[in-house]
Design a protein around this ligand. Structure first.
Ligand SMILES: CC(C)(COP(=O)(O)OP(=O)(O)OC[C@H]1O[C@@H](n2cnc3c(N)ncnc32)[C@H](O)[C@@H]1OP(=O)(O)O)[C@@H](O)C(=O)NCCC(=O)NCCS
Length: 231
């Protein structure tokens, strides 16, 4: 993987709104079956483009054809590339897909389309920790939506980095959320060393979207790239 130094994370940002034809043949039979199970065509389209772009992106690091990338899936559903130090994570929302790539360290990424939520306080009540709810509640009204999506994407990035998904209870750890302040893991119940083990980064992949990245270790540099529209 000559293009990816050990202390570097690459984040690729791509649009899902492109012809999915070129990507169909890249998918494995399993992925094609999964795509076929989506009832709505736009979801089939998004899945196919996201996974095609993922294969295309990983193939450049692995120096193989996109269709030759082999995945294996962890106990809680986190996909990995088989037999390599390359690590990645993928997220999609609205019209965007984001792909984080690094090597020899765990990585989790999340993107959300920022949107008005009538039940924002209720979602926070059921998914955020008491400390996060308290931070959200003291924000001025005009910052609440941004604070909510900071929190949501950072929490998702962390549980995706761990690979546990929702097997990691969401109320047992806290992230920072105040707009304009650094993205941080603040505490994890029973694991005081955890905040010192992770680097968090927030990013705006496009206006109207919130993104967050959680990477193992404290010494990494993050670079952002846009997948060309005709890729
Ligand atoms: C599955 C989950 C890992 C992410 O789901 P999501 O946010 O809906 O979807 P994203 O687009 O961000 O990520 C999906 C991708 O993550 C990867 N993924 C799946 N399971 C994963 C796991 N256990 N760990 C890390 N990555 C995983 C896959 O590449 C997946 O892509 P695919 O579904 O196209 O195959 C899990 O965290 C989840 O179900 N979250 C529910 C949302 C929620 O309640 N959030 C509370 C917010 S605080």
């Amino acid at each position: 993987m000559p293009m990816l130094p050990a202390n570097t994370v690459h984040v690729w940002i791509g649009s899902l709104k492109r012809d999915y034809g070129p990507f169909v043949h890249m998918l494995s039979p399993d992925e094609q079956q999964r795509a076929a199970r989506f009832v709505f065509e736009h979801l089939r389209w998004d899945y196919t483009v996201a996974h095609g772009l993922l294969r295309q992106t990983l193939s450049t690091y692995l120096d193989v054809k996109p269709e030759a990338v082999r995945f294996k899936v962890g106990q809680y559903g986190k996909p990995r590339v088989d037999s390599t130090a390359l690590r990645f994570n993928l997220s999609h929302s609205g019209e965007l897909v984001v792909i984080g790539v690094c090597r020899d360290r765990e990585i989790g990424i999340d993107v959300e389309r920022v949107r008005a939520l009538d039940d924002l306080d209720l979602i926070a009540k059921y998914h955020f920790s008491p400390r996060e709810i308290a931070s959200l509640n003291v924000l001025p009204a005009e910052q609440k939506q941004a604070g909510f999506f900071n929190c949501w994407t950072r929490k998702e990035a962390y549980i995706k980095a761990l690979g546990l998904g929702l097997a990691q209870p969401l109320d047992q750890f806290a992230v920072s959320l105040q707009p304009g302040k650094p993205a941080e893991l603040l505490y994890v119940e029973g694991k005081p060393e955890e905040p010192g083990r992770w680097t968090f980064t927030s990013f705006t992949p496009e206006p109207g979207y919130a993104g967050a990245l959680a990477v193992e270790g404290k010494d990494c540099t993050v670079s952002f790239f846009t997948v060309p529209v005709n890729a």
